[in-house]
Design a protein around this ligand. Structure first.
Ligand code: ADP
Ligand code: ZN
Length: 749
């Protein structure tokens, strides 16, 4: 008997247009397309990969022309399971995207054609760093070379391997500056093996399973009935750093394995994956890994291991929530409050929220673990939607570090040379050096100094293309824009009033590194930020030598703040706690608090007690006070009150509509129209409140002006009505205006 061959197939394609497209199935086409298989089709003038979402023998509409044929069927067996298809449907509905866009996310990049690309061609600097820096100094200010200088800056300063296409999309430029650089011998193309991220990290098999302590046992006992009965339930596991959350995950995963079910473990960042894998491989022989830095071929390998049930555990950031695993028995979201779970381009999904939906679909429990739960999750546990489990004690004898606050205003008044290294900080670092323990210094800003401003007219040096203050970098001796990487010479006189001198405000990691080297000449200091860490290996090497004790003081940005576990660190210095506090964003307070708690958690993880020094210009700010006392509960009630009063999440839901275009008046025309039609459609402010339109806090990026409308919905169901209303805005592009719809946004800038 011959195989069933449908006449038509309905194909979802990665475009904002919210419908599927009909193609015919030619009689000679093999394999025959099935629902869930990827196919290649002509779409407009391009060839696209889409996913077959339906087959039929008849058309239920009148075709306007000839129906195009499917060109090729890529999969002989569908990659999409039912549950992943349901997740895609959810993303489409909740995040107001098309099914094709949602499926692209679910298939994590497999909607591209290079199936088993093992070689890639990347760009490398063809001359020495000094030569390139000199070239940028000489030519960077000249309009003609500006774009080339940007490319060089990325290759010089931004970690990663870049293909021509990567650079083009990162900088929003054409290929011609790159070609010129290649032609002039400054940059070359190098073919490399696509980086292999081996999932097998040598773990010391350690089969001794620790006995859970009381708080862990309680947590385990609350969750495990749902694992065994295969039922959906969300648990918020609120455990301070070092309270043994990971051990609870491991025990639960083992229970799921006992009944033949697999587990998905989400971590907030790729950088944290190896650490987690190491722990897991000590316990379980086969662990799969999925993340966006892997090549298509590697992802396919890992997915095959999961599909064939060779591995029943998968670890990874964000996109691992879409792992093709059958019979999921447990989902863990570690550090559930982290913003990195939110994808900042379409579809703008939050992997934590998707994970909850997946657990619902799979009939399994989900554990949201955090030392500082998001207010959304806390609220859900307060209203009984989630189980709330608290683990307030650290494992073993390690105590929470002692926190001391230093008033930076006092230090500045001392008029010393190294104002940002306070007396208390210096004394503590000295003590640590003496007893051969280690120090981490954290600062939220890279570069040498903060913004430069005129001491007469107050003019601030901002990027011409982005409305952002530029940062001085000493090594290249230029002002750099951290958004578009354009750069200019460091000014001496004010370019605006021609009278004043340009002064710097604040310090960056480059400056602190230099100061540290002067104040502690015998200490081994390493700086870790995106200027010094060019490759993933750099990062791992530094962490390895830090762990080995070869580094005394580690200075860095966010990179040093994340869940890293170093037992020999006794001193943590937060150089300027205020740098995150002034944002025009209602989440600035929680961001600052989370960061302070997280950085503080890095210290005193071993036997020696730890000390944290928080330097700030606002020592009396409540957030600082809560951080000093490790007092999450006062923080959360303070913040909940504020959110409730102003009707912000978790007491309302948000949708952000952003328009951008090179001409400001074009956006204004468009967005005022949108705002008034929204107000017309949703007149009751107690249900739907419309804020704006207003320029985004960062009003211009890469020469494009940005405006936004913030829509608060205050009752159940209102959000979906608004979503339906705004969804078509992405489909019809009016005069090339770019429209972003961000449902449940985290970033308001
Ligand atoms: P968290 O994830 O909450 O920060 P971890 O799970 O990393 O905490 O636990 C902190 C340390 O305590 C780890 O080194 C871990 O191996 C150890 N640990 C966890 N549970 C136990 C236990 N029941 N007995 C002994 N050591 C434990
Ligand atoms: Zn810029």
């Amino acid at each position: 008997m011959s195989e069933y061959r449908p006449k038509y197939a309905s194909i979802a394609i990665n475009t904002p247009v919210d419908r599927e497209f009909c193609y015919s199935v030619p009689s000679e086409l093999t394999p025959v397309p099935t629902v869930g298989a990827r196919v290649q089709v002509e779409f407009g003038t391009r060839t696209e990969v889409g996913v077959c979402v339906g087959i039929s023998d008849e058309l239920d509409f009148k075709p306007r022309g000839k129906i195009k044929p499917i060109l090729r069927v890529i999969d002989d067996q569908p990659w999409m399971s039912d549950s992943l298809m349901k997740l895609a449907e959810f993303i489409k509905e909740h995040y107001a995207t098309s099914l094709g866009e949602a499926l692209t996310a679910v298939l994590t990049g497999e909607l591209s054609l290079q199936k088993s690309r093992r070689k890639i061609s990347i760009l490398k600097l063809a001359k020495s760093t000094d030569f390139i820096e000199a070239w940028i100094n000489e030519n960077g200010a000249n309009n003609k070379y500006e774009k080339q200088a940007k490319v060089l800056n990325v290759l010089l300063h931004v970690p990663g391997e870049y293909t021509v296409q990567n650079i083009i999309s990162k900088l929003d430029i054409s290929s011609s500056p790159i070609e010129t650089l290649i032609k002039n011998g400054l940059v070359e193309k190098v073919v490399i093996d696509a980086p292999i991220v081996s999932p097998i990290i040598e773990g010391e098999p350690d089969l001794s399973v620790p006995t859970l302590i009381d708080q862990q046992r309680d947590a385990f006992n609350t969750i495990v009935p749902h694992v065994r009965s295969r039922s959906f339930r969300t648990a918020l596991l609120h455990g301070i750093t070092g309270s043994g959350k990971t051990e609870v995950y491991l025990h639960l995963i083992e229970e799921a394995l006992k009944i033949g079910r697999g587990s998905i473990v989400l971590v907030p960042e790729i950088a944290l994956t190896p650490q987690m894998i190491r722990v897991f491989l000590q316990r379980f022989p086969a662990v799969a890994v999925l993340h966006s830095m892997m090549t298509e071929a590697e992802k396919r390998d890992q997915k095959l291991r999961l599909r064939e049930k060779e591995a029943r555990i998968v670890i990874g950031p964000r996109s691992a929530v879409f792992a093709p695993m059958d019979d999921v028995g447990l989902i863990v979201v570690d550090e559930e409050h982290e913003y990195t779970y939110k994808q900042e381009n379409t579809p703008r999904y939050n992997a934590r929220d998707i994970a909850i939906i997946r657990a619902q679909i799979e009939n399994c429990p989900i554990v949201l673990g955090s030392a500082t739960p998001s207010l959304e999750s806390l609220h859900n546990s307060q209203i009984g939607k989630y189980d709330y489990i608290s683990m307030p004690r650290r494992i073993g004898s390690s105590e929470l570090p002692f926190v001391e606050v230093v008033d930076l205003a006092n230090e500045m008044a001392m008029q010393r040379r190294y104002n940002f290294l306070s007396r208390a900080l210096v004394a503590n670092v000295n003590a640590a050096l003496e007893e051969k323990s280690q120090t981490i210094l954290f600062l939220n800003r890279r570069g040498y100094t903060g913004q430069m401003h005129c001491n007469v007219c107050g003019h601030v040096m901002t990027c011409g293309s982005c409305s952002i203050a530029m940062t001085r970098h000493k090594k290249i001796n230029r002002m750099l824009c951290h958004y578009c990487y354009s750069n200019i010479p460091v000014p001496v006189k004010c370019p605006s009033c021609y009278r004043g001198d340009m002064k710097s405000l604040g310090v960056g990691t480059e400056h602190i590194e230099e100061d540290i080297a002067t104040v502690f000449p015998n200490a081994k200091v390493v700086r870790m930020d995106s200027d010094t860490m060019n490759k993933k290996e750099d990062y791992e090497n530094v962490l390895d030598s830090f762990r080995e004790g070869e580094i005394d003081i580690l200075v860095g940005t966010q990179m040093v703040a994340k869940g890293l576990d170093f037992p020999n660190v006794t001193v943590i210095g937060i150089i300027n706690a205020d740098s995150a506090m002034h944002h025009a964003d209602f989440r600035a307070t929680e961001k600052t608090f989370f960061l302070l708690m997280q950085v503080a958690g890095r210290s005193g993880r071993g036997i020696k007690p730890g000390k944290v020094i928080i330097q700030t210009f606002q020592p009396k700010h409540p957030i600082i006070k809560y951080a000093v006392n490790h007092d999450y509960s006062s923080f959360s009630s303070f913040e909940m009150q504020f959110r409730k009063k102003l009707a912000y999440p978790p007491f309302a839901k948000l949708i952000r509509v952003e328009l951008s275009h090179v001409k400001e008046e074009v956006i204004r025309e468009n967005i005022t129209g949108i705002a008034s039609s929204l107000r017309e459609a949703f007149p009751n402010r107690n249900v739907v409140e419309i804020l704006g339109p207003a320029p985004c806090p960062i009003a211009k990026i890469r020469d494009k002006y940005r405006y936004q409308i913030l829509i608060k919905t205050k009752t159940r169901g209102a959000q979906s009505k608004v979503r339906e209303f705004v969804k078509p805005l992405r489909e019809k592009k009016v005069r090339g205006v770019h429209v972003v719809i961000d449902v449940d946004p985290l970033n308001m800038m």
